[in-house]
Design a protein around this ligand. Sequence first.
Ligand code: IMO
Ligand code: MG
Length: 408
Amino acid sequence: MPAYVVMGAQWGDEGKGKIVDVLAEEMDFVVRFQGGANAGHTVIHGDTKYVTHLIPSGIISGNSINIIGNGCVVNPTALYEEMEKLRQQGITISPDKFIVSSAAHMVLPIHQYLDRVLNEKIGTTVRGIGPAYTDKVQRTGIRWERACDGSSEEAYREHLDFVEKVYAIVEKEEIKVLRNDIPELVKTVERLKPFVQDVRPLLAQAVKENSKILFEGAQGTFLDIDHGTYPFVTSSNTSIGGAYTGSGVFLNFDKRVAIVKSYTTRVGEGPFPTELFDETGETLRRNGNEYGATTGRPRRCGWLDLALLKQSCIINGFNYIVFSKVSCLSGFETLKVAVDYASDGSPVYQELPGWEEDILGYTDYDALPENCRRYIEFVEDFLGVSIGIVSTGPDRDHIIERHPIFIS
Ligand code: IMO
Ligand code: MG
């Protein structure tokens, strides 16, 4: 059965949206399995730019059934607004093409409030992700099944009673506002009710019928709650284990696709050994337009960290790499890649010669400058995983396919 999982191999924003979009066109199912509206996946079709946060990117090509799995946390208002925005861009979203697992948890306004007041030092996206997962693990969360059985209002009221009891940090006035907002929230959830169901039987059937399935990861491996740079992480398993716990189905992924940006970026706080604070970092940010799709924050930029990526390959068992944004590296005399860390934790660099030529939109591998090919092949050899696709620009046609990504 052709099954694919696509994951970010670094700290997110590797360019997952574009590749998922290309793959999704051929899929029967596209499944998101973790995270929430903290993700920002950009898909460009001609002159139109779509940004998805919650809805799987497969919705844009429109051929697949798009599922939000139980491992995700979903804000009803954010979801409703995202649906409306995509509809305005001409995308059809109907309950036979888009389904939210009834076992996924809700992100509520109180979670966004708590994210704001509790998680400042992490530099979160303030989308309420951490507090929503906290409630899930604490067993005080609200699952989407409450929308189906019509008990969401009761659930919200009970939940706010709980919050009032436990979190002294939440001002009384705020609780009052949140209570007053419940009817509006219930109205939104009622509108979304047709999209909610237990997706596990559906996925089990899809696997049985040999359907083409794509699992779409959000964030990146080093934002994983277990394997990332804790506590500067997101609150879900962004690595391969999350695909299983976050969907409720076992499948043998034929292609475990790493999206690797050809340099490194990170948003928010936390360690970043190859970060550049100088003009070179500025140039990378400018070349790559490195500003968050969700929050608009400038991303921290630095050299490619292969020592880190080696870990990523171990964690996820990647067997295919998409090497993205290579066109942003043109014009550097020398490129550095970290191949190890010294005893003080600082990166040990290998220098590679750069190239001048603008390679935006190239589709032929042999036409790339020799030093560009050397850079790509150095990475491939170091990681021991083949780079199947080199992405040379934001458009879906800006692709060099060295090894076929589709399995027939
Ligand atoms: P995509 O899917 C990059 C980062 C935040 C913060 C940390 C925790 O577009 O790659 P959270 O709001 O999740 O509790 O924030 O994780 N973060 C991301 N960084 N890309 C993302 O998603 C991210 N989602 C969360 O900046 O450092
Ligand atoms: Mg992003």
